[in-house]
Design a protein around this ligand. Sequence first.
Ligand code: GTR
Length: 412
Amino acid sequence: FFLQVLLFWGQEPNYDESKVPSFILPDPLIMENGEIVTTKEEWIEKRRPEILNLFETYVYGKSPEKPANLHFEVLSEDHYALSNMATRKEIAVYFTESDEHYMTILMYIPNKRNGAVPLFFGLNFKGNHTIYDDPDITESVTRMEPRDGGSEIRPNAFKRGEASSRWPVEMLIANGYGLATVYRGDIDPDYDDGFQNGVHPLFYKDGQTKPKADEWGTLAAWAWGLSCAMDYFETDEDIDASKVAVFGHSRHGKTALWTGAIDQRFAMAISNDSGCGGAALSRRKYGETVSKINKLFPHWFCENFKQYSDNEDKLPVDQHQLIALMAPRPVYIASAIEDRWADPKGEFLSGVFATPVYELFGQDGLPIKDMPDVDSPVIDGYIGYHVRTGDHDINLYDWQQFVKFADKYLKK
Ligand code: GTR
């Protein structure tokens, strides 16, 4: 079986730093026509839209405009959740004018609050009911059933609270933050079904049966869904919509960064172990590569991205520019030292190479050039970073750093 997996991936991943090829990264501050960007105005008006468009066209795919008839419904509200510490709400966000297709936002808001609160917001893997052992959370179900035998694992196969080690609900509430999440399968189930379920078909033009080569894959659809949730947050007076941090682990970390890029209403983005197609530089080809990710997850990116499998040097962008799209907003990159598949050093370097864009705004990006020691977070600049002990996961240690970082920017 192992051999088969290797064959499927094409080759063994490279984990040898001496075998990382030399490469030249696209310069975030040089326009495609060669002009050099020297002011923040030029960045905002010219270079940022140019880079965003390159990522849309060649990496994640363009998403449709949000529907004008996006509407919301509060499905439940309980002011005595978490032993009276929090208010729990569930909100349906309907994607079209009918009430057929929707995602459910689950949120906890601290009861001890002076006005609207800052919020951490991100996708979950296994259903809303898995993030916390609370009998009153509505169990996620797959509303958008696979039409031809796809294999997305059904969220109701997962136990209530089974992902709770990743979701420190009490700690966030005690620190004055709200927490909100959506089951990603509500937006687009995570398997390659030719884009027949999920939100994609809701937006096909007449006769269209799949996204065009430069149109949204699954990661872009998830980001689009998170952006729809922001429309809701703007209507909820318990939430300070100008202080929402979008976060995510792994594939959801990639999504969080893309969400922050397409929707500048998010005040902060947090990437945890996001790796290839997230914070890690593609040109390093360390651990997971463009070719491996396109084979393993052919539905994540747009079709155009496939032309860069084993052809990273031709990519018109690299992932440091995705970090740069957050500027001047704060962004946090977290790695785990044993998670070599996600290339911790490549994640760190994206922060280093995004820094010149922050400097245009007179801000410190990532204030160091060499990787810090394990378990020594760097949270002084607008780009925060840590590499912690351990493997691919998001745990309390990661969250403690995110809270420290967020306290600096979202508690002002
Ligand atoms: C892996 C994938 C990574 C990462 C991870 C996850 O299998 O290769 O890119 O996204 O899954 O989401 O946990």
